[in-house]
Ligand binder design. Structure first.
Ligand code: ADP
Length: 201
């Protein structure tokens, strides 16, 4: 639940050295939690979907199970989605209001820059959809960091950088961006990286 929101201000001093150009102004808009994204009572959760949008394993399977059959019925009407892009649906039996389905890249270690561009597209297009639909709180699962094999720390940096760039340009349009971690490797990545992009006051 949202009571689990992990206030960045509580992070160790040692982890909070700001990087050049970082500003504290978005602190209160960013949160990190570890847990099951399907339980969150936020405006939008972001699903790490595949191009078919018809459900899969990992977080995608968990979201479809919790939402119920009607989600798949709506997804079937969408005709899939390109890698790096996102589509929005209702949330059915989930406690959130909407589900944003984004298609992360399958990590390509020969062309990591292609994977990075696609992953940026996932975060940017999801944030844009949220704003377009008047959604103020958005929770991201770790896009591509599961079965799709994107290295955790690299994916985390792309997520933080893309969100920070978006918030810089869209100051008042979102109240809260929540990064939802599940596995220990991703918790570690966010613990060390978030303060660099969103340093405490
Ligand atoms: P991808 O195919 O994009 O890699 P996965 O679903 O395999 O997608 O993994 C995406 C992320 O979702 C991983 O970091 C995984 O640990 C996490 N995850 C799996 N189940 C859940 C859940 N119920 N809530 C939140 N995150 C989850």
């Amino acid at each position: 639940s949202l009571s689990l929101l992990y206030k960045l201000k509580k992070l160790d001093k040692a982890q909070t050295t700001p990087v050049a150009g970082a500003t504290p102004k978005h602190n209160d808009r960013i949160a990190l939690i570890r847990g099951d994204i399907t339980t969150l009572r936020v405006d939008a959760i972001v699903n790490a979907a595949n191009k078919s949008l018809l459900g899969g394993g990992g977080v995608d399977g968990a979201i479809h199970r919790a939402a119920g059959r009607a989600l798949k019925d709506e997804c079937r009407e969408l005709g899939g989605c390109e890698t790096g892009n996102s589509k929005i649906t209702d949330a059915y039996n989930l406690p959130c209001k909407k589900v944003i389905h984004t298609v992360g890249p399958i990590y390509d270690d020969v062309h990591p820059e292609r994977s990075e561009a696609a992953l940026r597209g996932c975060y940017r297009s999801s944030l844009e959809l949220a704003v377009e639909h008047g959604l103020k709180t958005i929770a991201f699962s770790g896009i591509s960091t599961g079965i799709y094999g994107y290295p955790s720390l690299d994916a985390c940096r792309v997520a933080c950088d893309t969100v920070k760039t978006f918030l810089d340009k869209n100051e008042e349009k979102l109240d809260k961006v929540i990064f939802v971690t599940f596995e220990v490797k991703d918790v570690r990545s966010y613990d060390s990286t978030l303060p660099l992009y969103f340093p405490p006051d």
